[in-house]
Design a protein around this ligand. Structure first.
Ligand code: G4P
Length: 287
């Protein structure tokens, strides 16, 4: 069993603060990692904020498989959410956030306009587990680097409204909001994307998970980058990892190669690999 310190005190505090601030907003912007659009959601936050209209922002879309991202958006729309894919790092698709938020809140905006408010501000709370790129998204929307609420334990700054040029007023969420997961595969995915500390899982377990997953769902990606042939996969994944370690000139330093492989994935060098499988009903709709 993996030993993870969840800081339950901070979690409870964060939950309370989110509940208090929720009264002040029209919507919740939930930022997820497009490579793990489901695993990077925090079920506690989901529960606490469920009465508010929600825009799910699939960030880091540059690293995810575009067709899978489309299917995930469709899936979330079918669940009654608004959803949009962006790449905050490279400024891609950011105007869609305000646009989709206005569509999501069309009724409320129409009522405000009927009362004479020409351009009603959309007030939203931004939530997201560490490393999904929440700070980057907020910085991009503000067109400057702002002091973002810390993800580190105990770092909770006073909440401030962040007003964007396109009529959004955003509240960042405080504290650490790690996802709590029962499924170890979710943990491995979050480790691979860098959402949870590298100390939680052994790097060889994470690398073996990646090897197995990629071989099954994205076989050509690994073959090309690591010069593998289909025959190389006719051995155990552990033996293959050793073979790859040797080929990389790292002798038997299995852990070092595993770390390199994880970084290769995080940098997108293995291609665009989405780790969360899209639920079946969306696949069926596309047939
Ligand atoms: P957080 O507030 O949710 O914890 O995340 P933060 O914005 O700090 O972003 C975490 C990492 O993800 C950063 O990289 C950031 O540059 C990267 N990132 C954010 N958005 C995107 C995106 O849309 N695409 C890609 N490819 N990366 C993104 P880092 O390596 O931790 O730091 P650095 O690269 O800024 O040095």
């Amino acid at each position: 069993m993996v030993n993870i310190q969840w800081y339950p005190g901070h979690m409870a505090k964060a939950k309370r603060q989110v509940q208090e601030k929720l009264k002040q907003v029209d919507a919740v912007f939930e930022i997820v990692d497009a490579r793990v659009p489901l695993s990077s959601r925090n079920p506690m936050l989901d529960e606490v904020t469920k009465q508010k209209p929600r825009l799910i922002i699939l960030n880091k879309a540059d690293l995810a498989e575009p067709n899978k991202t489309k299917q995930w958006i469709k899936y979330y729309q079918q669940q009654g959410y608004a959803a949009v894919a962006i790449d905050a790092q490279h400024h891609a698709n950011l105007p869609q956030i305000a646009k989709q938020a206005r569509i999501l809140l069309a009724d409320k905006i129409a009522k405000q306009q009927a009362k004479g408010i020409k351009q009603p501000t959309v007030k939203a709370m931004c939530i997201g587990i560490p490393n999904v790129g929440k700070s980057t998204v907020l910085n991009r929307l503000m067109h400057k680097n702002i002091a973002i609420t810390g993800n580190k334990p105990g770092v909770t700054k006073n909440q401030q409204w962040l007003k964007t040029k396109d009529g959004l007023a955003l509240l960042d969420t405080p504290g650490i909001l790690w996802p709590k997961f029962e499924d170890p595969e979710v943990g491995l995915k979050l480790s691979l994307t860098g959402a949870i500390s590298d100390a939680v899982y052994h790097e060889d377990d994470v690398a073996l998970f990646l090897l197995t997953f990629a071989h099954q769902f994205y076989p050509t990606a690994l073959n090309k980058f690591y010069h593998l042939t289909d025959e190389d996969f006719n051995q155990s994944m552990g033996d293959l990892l050793l073979q790859m370690t040797k080929h990389a000139g790292m002798k038997d330093d299995y852990d070092r190669f595993a770390r390199k492989m994880i970084l290769d994935y995080r940098k997108g060098l293995l291609g665009k690999i989405t780790l969360d499988l899209v639920p079946q009903q969306v696949d069926d709709d596309n047939e």
